[in-house]
Design a protein around this ligand. Sequence first.
Ligand SMILES: [Zn+2]
Length: 479
Amino acid sequence: MTTRIFPRIVHHGAINGVTGSCHELQYADSKSVLVDCGLFQGSEASGTGADSNTLEIDFSLQAVQALVVTHVHIDHVGRIPYLLAAGFDGPIYCSEPSALLLPLVLEDAMKVGAMGNRRLIGRYLQQLQHQLVALPYRRWTDVDSSPDAGLAIRLQAAGHILGSAYVECRVQLPERPHTVVFSGDLGAPHAPLLAPPQPPEAADTLVMESTYGDRDHEDRAQRVERLQRIIERALVDRGAVLIPAFSIGRTQELLYELEEIIHRSRDNLAARGIPWKELEIVVDSPLASRFTRFYRKLKPYWDSEARQRLQQGRHPLAFEQLRTVDSHRDHLAIVDYVKERDYPCIILAASGMCVAGRIVNYLKALVGQQATDIVFVGYQARGTPGRDIQTYGPSGGYVSFDGERYPIKAGVHTLGGYSAHADRAGLLAFATGMAEAPAEIRLIHGDSAAKHELANELRELLPHTEIVVPGDSELPRFV
Ligand SMILES: [Zn+2]
């Protein structure tokens, strides 16, 4: 065992679950950087649920020189306004796409959260813009260039959502530099639009997510075919197909795959009398529409397949029969229209687990109609209406919204393979793909079973690496 004091890593979140990501890298006396500052969500928020007493920053910021953001999912960035409120005024480093997306995400989060005061939101957004530093991928940047306690960081594409990065931190020590890599969330192969992550060149310490550490994803390469089959089957009775989808990432992935289906099946019938090229696809979520616009702007960050489609004159995120709905009035009008008549179409709306947002109005209006079909493409957490529909729908049960019961007559389908996270094989490839194995791997951001199973596999593959599961192995052993 070495007796080095720095760098030292303190995990402020994502230890006993997958939300609230926040890690502090202490690289010298009274000097540290934070990597992510996310919100605890669902049952992982302490107290009685989300928005309970975990919003405040509950650790000292005195040593914190900077914040590095891996990507703009709310469980990685949601507490940034609270960080600013607590007086943090250092630089906030992130990738160039993330720097564009972050203000949108935080504005939206503040509107629905406890900070829903227009003046306050404006102030925090202004402060955020002032502190944001957009970094290009693959280039080292000095965070602290003091001769005795230097720190440089480099972002590498993580393939998880647009702008996502893993962070390499090079700490200057008297003997030699020590490199700590924070994985953020790692993407999966076969994801539309983004290339999968490449392992780091080197790491002395790797802090890695383990969300799917005990599972391999099913057959991602075939999912477009399955999506098409499900939709065509669902449209036989000429009802609407509802797809609850999160605004960031998942909606754009689906649009990309729908364009692929339309491109190759243009004149084939999607429903009786309607060829694919005429089937209307509705994105009914203002946030998703805004994100889709940014995704379109950020073409240089797309993978080669997506850029090739552009060169062929295709528009993966802006095809002809795509309709976006912004105003609430238009939204209500479409809900009524679809409810009153047979109207085969595909509707994408948030939230992904049907907890809130416009999808709820669609479900209230349409879940009781046999012609409707609901297609789930994401994980439905326990206690959410999405999980209830998935569980009780097939046997003719009901789902509750605002205290009222809605019998489920709609068809219910679940399409696997849509996770934006690397699976067991992907995580192992990332951790073992370096020329030299890291001295230490710390597994975070996963349920206990996932972390421990992955830890066991890594111990076999990398016998000279210390595999740490923070939270349990660091408990005092002899008490
Ligand atoms: Zn994420």
